[in-house]
Every structure is written in C-alpha cells, then in structure tokens.
Design a protein around this ligand. Structure first.
Ligand code: UT7
Length: 325
C-alpha cells in the first residue's frame, strides 16, 4: 500500500522566547477589603497574594494575548511571519465564537496560519506547550506561538470573597521551535472529570464557583506526583531541576508541592516561583507570567532546567520539564 507523504519534523523542540503582559491597574488587598468582608492579613496568610492586576472594562483578553505574544515572538528573534501556528490557552473568552487565537494571530501579523483556542483551564499553558512541542517534532509546524491569556474579572463575582480575592488578569507566551536535542520533555497529563463540580461556571450567566477546600486538598495531594512523573518522563533526576514553576493558585499550594519535591530529592537551592504574590491567580497565564517575571528579576538563567505543572478546572493537570531559553 502507498504510504502518504507526511512532513519531516525535528528530533526535539525547545522554547525560543517568552513574553508577558499585565494590565496597568494594581489592586491591593486593602482595595478589596473596601468592597467585601475580607482583610489584607487574611489574604496574605491564606492565599499569599498582596497585589494583583485587573484589566479595565474595555481591555479585552485578546488585547492582552496580542501584547504577550508579540513580545515572545520578538524575544525568540523571529518575525511574525515565521510563526506557523498559534495556540491560545484560555477559559475566559467573553463568548464562544469567535475564538481568541485567530484574532491574536492576525493582529500580531501571523497571517493565514492555523490558530485555535485550547481550554484546560489553569492547566492550559502546559497542555498547549505539549501540543506545540509535538507539532514541531512532527513537522506539522516549524514555529508555534503558545499563549496563556485570561480575563478572569469578566467571570468572577466582584464581591464574592471566596473567588474575587484570588483571580486576576494577564497573559504570558512562549515560542516553540525545532531543536537537535529535546529541550521540552514529555508531558505528564490527565484529567479527573468526576471532580468537575469543584470548579465551574455553571452557565453563561453565572460567575466562577469553586469548592476552595476540596480543590486545595486535591492540589496539595495529587499534583506533586504529576510533577515528579514529568521529571521521570524527561529521564532526569529531581535534583537536576533548577527552577520549579507551578500554576500560581495559592502560595500555600506552591509551598506544599515544593515541600514534597524536596522530600524526593529536590535541591535546597531550587528556585521556586512565587509570582502569585504580586500577580494573583491568572489561570492559564500564571506559568508563563511567572517565568517572564523571574527572568526579568534575574532569578533564572538561560539553560536552567525548569519543571512546570498546571492544574485546575476539569479537573485537568499537566506538567513537563523544559530548558529555559
Ligand atoms: O486555580 C485553580 C485552582 N484553584 C485553587 O487551587 C484554589 C484552591 N483553594 C484555595 O486556594 C483556598 O481554599 C481558598 C483561598 C479559596 C480559601 O482558603 P481556605 O483557607 O480554604 O479558606 P476556607 O474556605 O476554609 O475558609 C476559612 C474561613 C471561613 O470562615 P469560618 O467558617 O471558619 O468562620 C471563611 O468564611 O475564612 C473565611 N473566609 C474569608 N475570610 C476573610 C473565606 N474567604 C475569606 C476572605 N476573607 N476572602
């Protein structure tokens, strides 16, 4: 039987550049305490957030994604026309149609490329990164722009203290391209749809509802094994990991997972992302936002081995090891 023609990919894929964008408006815990029954002390102690950014009403999710995506393309040393596919991980588009990715691609100058949204909630960036790596390795696209972008303030009840203090807006992006060596490890991913009720927007007229304590327990018990599985799949030891960048859901969750990594041999000098303190929980944007901020602050270096893990509504989770550009 004749075999069909298929493209030739590359032995590996790697992140070539990253970028991020946050809205201008900084909202402190004190600001929130003026409109709901909460306090700076409670939020700092229970969640670890001090400030977060909220987009203005006329600033759209697509606007933020364009800013972050364009920066990542420039950081990769590429032109928009070099990008062969655009993936936007998001769960907060204002409507189902149109998607974000086609608009983002057009506005960045990536003309005619395949562009689609991917919804795995707070795990979305790691899902999209895995897809991008596979597209590049298969030769389906040479350079893929991956963006995590959320405008959670569109979907959060502004006076619900169980969610309004956590969620925030922003976008982060990475460009994935070919590499002679694999610099994005195999993804450890999965879902637990039986737990779907824990985080949901029940219908298009509702706000985000979250069973905070249940999600907290799930995240602090189930996600460290996923992160360790990603290390194993990459064929390295946990002591080889320089940087740990989990989804920025709650600082106590970050610390709990990191503690379990340390118990399994992670180095004492492991650099841990704590971007939630000044960015809040930005769902699919939190991991690339954290990476970009850590790079700007000089906390991470090119060539560092970073362990990423995202988790959230679905429930969905995904993690992989990457070498930083
Ligand atoms: O990103 C997607 C995945 N999401 C997550 O991973 C989120 C996981 N969950 C969490 O981060 C935490 O469960 C929350 C931050 C949502 C809540 O923190 P908690 O420590 O689990 O608080 P709680 O819901 O158990 O509430 C403890 C107490 C309650 O008062 P009583 O009943 O003990 O008197 C709440 O009414 O704190 C009260 N409370 C608050 N007090 C001040 C709840 N929210 C607030 C608030 N300010 N904002």
């Amino acid at each position: 039987m004749t075999s069909f023609a298929v493209p030739t990919g590359s032995p590996g894929a790697r992140i070539l550049g990253i970028g991020s964008y946050q809205p201008e408006t900084i909202v402190s815990n004190h600001d929130l305490a003026r409109t709901m029954d909460t306090s700076d002390q409670w939020i700092r102690e229970r969640v670890g957030i001090v400030n977060r950014r909220f987009a203005k009403p006329d600033e759209k999710l697509v606007d933020m994604a364009v800013e972050a995506g364009a920066k990542a393309v420039a950081d990769a040393g590429l032109a928009p026309t070099d990008i062969g596919a655009v993936l936007v991980a998001t769960c907060t588009m204002p409507s189902q149609i149109p998607n974000a990715a086609a608009q983002v691609a057009d506005r960045i100058g990536v003309t005619g490329a395949p562009a689609f949204d991917l919804n795995a909630a707070c795990a979305g960036f790691c899902y999209a990164l895995a897809m991008a790596s596979d597209l590049v390795r298969a030769g389906t696209a040479r350079h893929v722009l991956v963006i995590g972008a959320e405008k959670l303030t569109d979907w959060v009840d502004p006076v619900d203290r169980s969610t309004a203090i956590i969620f925030a807006d922003g976008a982060g992006a990475a460009v994935v391209g070919p590499s002679d060596t694999a610099a994005i490890g195999a993804v450890a991913w999965g879902s637990a749809g039986d737990l779907v009720d824990m985080i949901q927007i029940p219908d298009r007229h509702s706000f985000v509802h979250q069973e905070g304590q249940s999600v907290f327990r799930w995240a602090t018990t189930q996600i460290a094994p996923i992160a360790l599985r990603a290390v194993e799949l990459a064929g390295i030891e946990v002591s080889d990991v320089d940087v740990f960048v989990p989804h920025q859901a709650n600082l106590r969750i970050v610390e709990a997972i990191a503690k379990r990594l340390h118990a399994k041999g992670a180095r004492e000098d492991l650099v841990i992302a704590r971007d939630i303190v000044d960015s809040g929980n930005t769902s699919s944007a939190s991991i690339p936002l954290a990476l970009d901020h850590m790079r700007a602050a000089g906390e991470v270096r090119s060539g560092d081995v970073a362990l990423l893990v995202g988790f959230g509504a679905g429930l969905s989770y995904a993690g992989q090891v990457v070498r930083l550009p």
